[in-house]
Design a protein around this ligand. Structure first.
Ligand code: UT7
Length: 324
């Protein structure tokens, strides 16, 4: 029996940083009122990275992937599986995973996208883990990457201040020892309306509404309940007590959600990785970006136990518990 072990990580953020004050000033030119105070107090977000027009998800993803491969000491040709989580793919098809594969110079690996919005990375990681455990892959690249700025309605202050662009990636390798201990994925499609971008292409034209729409309070409530239950059940299945967790790397949407969860699960504040202040909500990229930040600054160490959690549109949510 093989386990999947995280042997490298990488992150990439587009260089343009937009502070809350800059964004508020920009929105004010269109009579849309917001402020650094509102955004910071309600969400913890202080700034976000925004891709220049024309920059695509596969470009951000490829940069993050290169950094993860470097960190792991793995050549792109060694990969036999590439899974990319995104809701903002470059094209209708082929998958963004195939575009990244070509940019990295890999031929032959299985490559596909996963669509689970802000839970996407956790879904992709759990899928790669299952491939490796089943002996169907040995070296996998798992990426979360988004250019969410392209699907935001910049006239809707209740959503446009919350999101940013970026990409994060990990390399997994089959190992005798864990590795990923367990994962749990869930969805409730009946709640699709609380967070969606319900546009479509028909006859070459966009039909419906292609912008992200969210009932923030409904999402907030679903997020805290579902993630608390998910954490408890994944730990129970893995035979791990919550107080054994060294690092909690949750989806970075709102520091109030993160703090609430940390308290509910009894995790000390110092164990919780927070990047939402600097990155805002980068959807599928948020968990791997946060994981990479905490590995690179030396907080997350080999042998430590990390709980990663995603939550978002679908409605979807999930947890992955990993020994680093
Ligand atoms: O990634 C997927 C997961 N997503 C999430 O987890 C997001 C979950 N939800 C949230 O994080 C929060 O619900 C929000 C940050 C989206 C909103 O915070 P809230 O405390 O739930 O605020 P609210 O929606 O109740 O709005 C409060 C007030 C409203 O004004 P009134 O009706 O009280 O007069 C809004 O119109 O704040 C107003 N408002 C704003 N004011 C200034 C909404 N957006 C803004 C804004 N600037 N950007």
């Amino acid at each position: 029996m093989s386990y999947a072990k995280i042997i490298g990580s990488g992150g990439y953020l587009p260089p343009r940083v937009v502070s809350n004050d800059e964004l508020a000033a920009e929105l004010a030119t269109r009579q849309i009122e917001t402020s650094d105070t509102w955004i910071t107090e309600r969400t913890g977000i202080r700034q976000r990275h925004i891709a220049e027009p024309g920059v695509t998800t596969s470009q951000l993803a490829t940069e993050a992937a290169r950094r993860a491969l470097d960190d792991a000491g793995v050549n792109a040709e060694e990969l036999d599986l590439i899974i990319l989580a995104t809701s903002t793919p470059d094209y209708i098809f082929p998958s963004t995973a195939c575009l990244v594969q070509a940019k990295l110079g890999n031929k032959g690996a299985a490559a596909f996208d996963v669509q689970a919005v802000c839970s996407g990375f956790v879904y992709a990681l759990a899928t790669a883990d299952a491939f490796i455990r089943a002996g169907r892959a040995k070296t996998a690249l798992v990426i979360g990457a988004e250019v969410f700025s392209g699907i935001l309605d910049w006239n809707d202050r209740s959503t446009c201040v919350l999101f940013g662009d970026g990409a994060g990636a990990v390399v997994l390798r089959a190992a005798e020892e864990p590795g990923i201990l367990d994962a749990q994925l869930n969805a409730d499609g009946s709640q699709m309306k609380i967070l969606h971008a319900a546009g479509n292409v028909v006859g070459g034209q966009v039909t419906g509404d292609p912008f992200l729409r969210m009932d923030g309070q409904a999402v907030f409530k679903m997020a805290v309940t579902s993630l608390a239950n998910s954490a408890q059940s994944v730990c129970e299945r893995a035979g791990v007590a919550l107080d054994e967790i060294d690092w909690f790397v949750p989806h970075q949407a709102n520091v109030r959600i993160i703090n609430f969860l940390g308290r509910k699960l009894g995790l000390a504040e110092e164990k919780v990785v927070v990047t939402v202040d600097k990155h805002a909500n980068t959807s599928a990229a948020s968990v791997p970006l946060a994981l990479d930040a905490a590995r690179r600054d030396g907080r997350i160490q080999p042998g430590q136990l990390v709980l990663m959690q995603g939550v978002g549109g679908g409605f979807t949510w999930g947890s992955v518990l990993a020994r680093m």
